[in-house]
Design a protein around this ligand. Structure first.
Ligand SMILES: *Cc1c(COP(=O)(O)O)cnc(C)c1O
Length: 414
């Protein structure tokens, strides 16, 4: 490691902030191996690290659950990209949510947006209560967060923006303004946008969390999560829980996710370009009722995207209502040839799914529809294939899916 490598790696915020996103993605947390000069870090699979005398480890490490070189490097890279002082990695996005909730004392209250990720909803409603933490959900948090706050009890406001699967946006700084007036922390799940498109801490949020499984790793081959923040007190509390609970990722997964992260800017730009092209194609189709995509002008909260997202980008996720009801939605996902019918998102390959029958099937129909998740809604994760191929795939699948469904008299577009 030479002196001139250090500015990107020593984690000091002023030096880090001078670099562009792509430079940081490639170099932050990526020291050359000081012994061999290897440009890519080795994977440290060792679970334990030698000590020369009791209490004097050879290097920085003692036992891998507490810390290891690959996790440290990944965390440093995420901290740089989310404009945070600290980042902590966990074994999944869900474990990250669990640890943040477990940091609250019994008797704490949380206010959350209603349409959070399904697993987050499950943890909030079925697990948090067991350790005395209660969550109130709001479908319009920008309007009523203040009245939902309970003096001395509410400790967190939880936001997910864009929401899943309808891509509704929340104005982060507006929520932060109210929460901070009451001394309450704001957490933003930034999984759908990735740190390239949106940096919630820049809008005043206190903690940003990710399912690394999605855009950050980006290759659909690692399950992992991460939280990033600036507070020293949070660093102490969450580091303690990371080690005490032990829901940590393996060194191999950290290494893979870090490799994926190095091309996040390239992937996020391509995915946005593709999603924008697909959204316009869908909007122009006679077989489509409506399109939800924050990157185009028809989105009702487009102004928030312009304010909150890099260059007003919409990201790679969109959803749309197809004419012909649930049957057409199912057929569409069956007939696409490039979009694979599967759950999850954020990988290099394009995916599609029907939320009401798959990711959101557990939510009662009336609640689902109140949130805009109709049986004819299709969710798409645009990958980094060629836009022309994705557009052609969507058009041929629409044609095959809608005509039989409509002629069967199952047009559920009402
Ligand atoms: C996938 C996802 C999670 C959960 O992450 P896992 O890594 O699957 O545990 C949380 N939030 C959002 C928005 C997600 O898409």
């Amino acid at each position: 490691m030479t002196g001139q490598d250090l500015p990107l790696q020593n984690g000091t915020v002023p030096l880090v902030e001078k670099r562009g996103f792509g430079t940081l993605a490639v170099h932050a947390g990526s020291p050359h191996d000081p012994v061999t000069g290897a440009v890519i870090e080795p994977i440290s699979l060792s679970t334990t690290f030698a000590q020369t005398s009791v209490g004097s480890p050879v290097g920085l490490y003692e036992y891998t659950r507490s810390s290891n070189p690959n996790r440290d490097n990944f965390e440093q890279a995420i901290a740089a990209l989310e404009h945070a002082k600290y980042a902590l990695a966990f074994s999944s996005g869900s474990a990250t949510t669990a640890v943040v909730l477990q940091s609250l004392a019994a008797g704490s209250h949380v206010v959350s947006v209603s349409d959070v990720y399904g697993g987050t909803h499950r943890y909030f409603t079925k697990v948090a209560a067991a350790h005395g933490v209660h969550v109130t959900f709001s479908p319009c948090i920008e309007l009523n967060v203040e009245e939902l706050i309970r003096p001395n009890e509410t400790k967190l406001v939880w936001i997910e923006t864009p929401s899943n699967p309808t891509l509704g946006l929340v104005d982060i700084s507006k929520i932060v303004g109210v929460a901070h007036r009451h001394g309450i922390l704001v957490v933003v799940d930034n999984t759908f946008m990735s740190p390239y498109v949106q940096n919630p801490l820049d809008h005043g949020a206190d903690i940003v969390v990710h399912s690394v499984t999605k855009y950050i790793n980006g290759h659909s081959d690692v399950l992992m999560g991460v939280a990033a923040f600036n507070s020293d007190a949070l660093k102490e509390r969450l580091t303690f829980l990371q080690n005490a609970i032990g829901a940590v990722p393996s060194p191999f997964d950290c290494w893979l996710a870090h490799r994926g992260l190095k091309t996040l800017h390239l992937r996020a730009r391509e995915a946005t370009k593709n999603a924008t092209a697909v959204a316009h194609t869908l909007e122009a189709s006679e077989h489509v009722i409506s399109v939800n995509y924050p990157g185009i002008d028809s989105h009702p909260q487009r102004a928030i995207a312009v304010k909150q997202h890099r260059d007003g980008m919409g990201g790679g996720m969109l959803s749309f209502r197809i004419k012909g009801g649930q049957e057409a939605a199912h057929l569409f996902c069956k007939y696409t040839k490039i979009f694979t019918l599967a759950e999850s998102l954020g990988g290099v390959e394009s995916l599609c799914e029907v939320p009401s029958s798959m990711t959101h099937a557990g939510i009662p129909k009336d609640q689902r529809e109140a949130a805009g998740v109709f049986d004819d809604l299709v969710r798409m994760s645009c990958g980094v294939e060629d836009a022309e191929d994705l557009k052609a795939d969507v058009l041929q699948a629409l044609k095959l899916a809608v005509l039989p469904a409509v002629s069967n008299g199952t047009n559920g577009s009402a």
